[in-house]
Design a binder for this molecule. Structure first.
Ligand code: TRP
Ligand code: CA
Ligand code: ZN
Length: 315
């Protein structure tokens, strides 16, 4: 039987019980199977505070947070301190690229099944021409705020959670490839999902979902359809971010993206708003990729989607 929302609201407890006994499919707390622990709403203000801090770090270090430059190491130190204070077990992994030392930051949330690891990651380095706030302070800040939300909730997922911030992505996925290459074969096969977030606050945004592992893709699409926001499959640069080394190693991958230098079409502007005929991010890899180069709505929706997927895939 079908009831409209208003009809449901007037069904009394006794009548609802009678319908349940008769096999009616009425949603009721007592009859509903245990629901997944609900993912929190990630506070946009928290994500934006991280972006301001990354901007300040760039400003204090010659205007960038690039591999091998002081602004990169300062970014790593800053994020590591927040995770340590929140109860994470953090590891800084060093590597060399173009004759300079690079760093990945790995943060493990204690507990969960070590044989079933869910990872979420973002590259933390910028290009040398700018502060890299959309590319990729946005992903880095959303992943950080999600990790902090896990701690605030004292979330105890069935699976083990691991968060990562990659170095030297802009030199060709160097940090993430280093991490994957150094994993023992057994550890690689324990990673059941790698979720990648690279550019999720573009100022003229699109809502793109990676077309990779079907279960991960479905989880993201489910989140956006719940918001009533249409998505498209990401096609601007398959293999152009840190999920690629994981995918090559056989790890199921997925992720989100709001667009880089490609132009938004009229059809895309009609469904998402913004400006047709203009790039998703006119400041991609430029000095103007500052805190002004962020669409708050896109950043908020995508940050909430990060948390949703982390919660849904780890229970
Ligand atoms: N950091 C990526 C790069 O500079 C940004 C990027 C471009 C991207 N196209 C993408 C990220 C597609 C994810 C998917 O290449
Ligand atoms: Ca939010
Ligand atoms: Zn980039």
């Amino acid at each position: 039987m079908k009831l409209s929302v208003s009809a449901r609201a007037v069904v009394s407890g006794a009548v609802a019980t009678a319908m349940l006994l008769a096999g009616g499919a009425v949603a009721d707390a007592a009859s509903t199977p245990p629901r997944p622990a609900a993912a929190p709403d990630i506070p946009l203000a928290g994500v934006k505070a991280h972006l301001s801090q990354l901007q300040s770090i760039a400003t204090a270090n010659g205007g960038n947070r690039a591999h091998g430059r002081p602004g990169y190491k300062a970014s790593i130190d800053h994020i590591k301190a927040k995770l340590d204070a929140a109860g994470y077990t953090t590891t800084v992994q060093q590597f060399t690229a173009s004759g300079r030392t690079g760093y990945n930051l790995i943060a493990d949330w204690p507990g969960g099944d070590a044989n079933q690891v869910v990872m979420a990651g973002s590259h933390l380095d910028s290009v040398s021409s700018g502060p890299g706030i959309n590319d990729n302070g946005s992903g880095s800040a959303a992943v950080l705020e999600t990790a902090l939300a896990v701690s605030r909730a004292q979330y105890k997922p069935a699976k083990h959670l691991r968060f990562a911030w990659w170095g030297a992505e802009e030199l060709g996925l160097v940090g993430s490839r280093h991490y994957v290459n150094r994993l023992a074969t057994g550890d690689r096969s324990r990673i059941g999902a790698y979720l990648n977030f690279d550019m999720i606050g573009s100022p003229n945004p699109g809502y793109f979902v990676y077309d990779d592992d079907p279960a991960i893709e479905k989880t993201f699409k489910e989140y956006f359809s719940g918001l009533g926001v249409p998505t498209e499959i990401e096609t601007e640069g398959d293999g152009r971010s840190d999920h690629a080394p994981f995918k090559s190693a056989g790890v199921p991958v997925g992720g989100l993206f709001t667009g880089a230098s490609r132009t938004k079409t009229a059809a895309q502007a009609a469904k998402w708003g913004g400006t047709a005929g203009r790039a998703f991010d006119r400041c991609y890899h430029s000095s103007c990729d500052t805190t002004a180069n962020i669409d708050d709505t896109a950043l908020d929706r995508n940050s909430d989607a990060v948390a949703y997927a982390v919660w849904e895939l780890s229970e």
